[in-house]
Write a protein that binds this ligand. Sequence first.
Ligand code: SF4
Length: 246
Amino acid sequence: MEDKVFHAKELIANAIKEYPRIAVACSFGKDSMVVSHIAREVDPNIKIFAVMTQFKPPETFEYLKRMNKKMGLDITVYMVADSVPTILQDKSIKVILLPSKEFEGKAAATRQATGKEIYKVDPDECCRILKVDPTKVAVSGLDAWITGLRNTEGRTRVDYQEVEEKGGLIKINPILTFTETDIWKYMATRGIEAHPWYRLDYRSLGCAPCSNPGGENERDGRWQETSKCGGECGIHTRILKEKVAS
Ligand code: SF4
């Protein structure tokens, strides 16, 4: 595992040299915590951002607040909301609010037409508005971003590469070859506290209505009983930035 950590640090150091406008995306799941910790060891000032939604469990917001202080992450949170949730009101957290009109309109229309919540009927659209579009805003001023993607997380993550280019944006995946065991080993040896939901048998964390414990593969608990089961929210599959013509 330490060889993988060394390699991850090299990748990050090279990326910082090549793309000074770079940041780490952190969901506050276990992989994000490891990649953020490694990136901070390479550059203690590297920017870290999170995209949060109104459907994240309170435990995630509490954990974000706690780990932001403990690890000195200086986190910037992007969120579709009219106001900063009380739970995130903390001087050490910068929250950038994004307009919620589109989401509220579509959620209400879905409820009216089907009697169900949008995340059950159309999770792709829910994720697009609450996760993908805010991520586009977060990366808009960047040349590259660093993620905690891992190849062994599930069927949708097998083919990713350590360095990828999509649209006008470079994506660095420094812990791509880490196994789930490597992640827990890293967290244990560095004394990084884990999100409390892992003690409840969750293996992959997202919004509360779309995350479930257990599963044969790590991401099996995501979006169960929808067309998106075990899939992706879209931030790793959609184009986040258009190439600027030179
Ligand atoms: S994970 Fe679920 S609740 Fe969260 S944005 Fe996606 S569909 Fe909506």
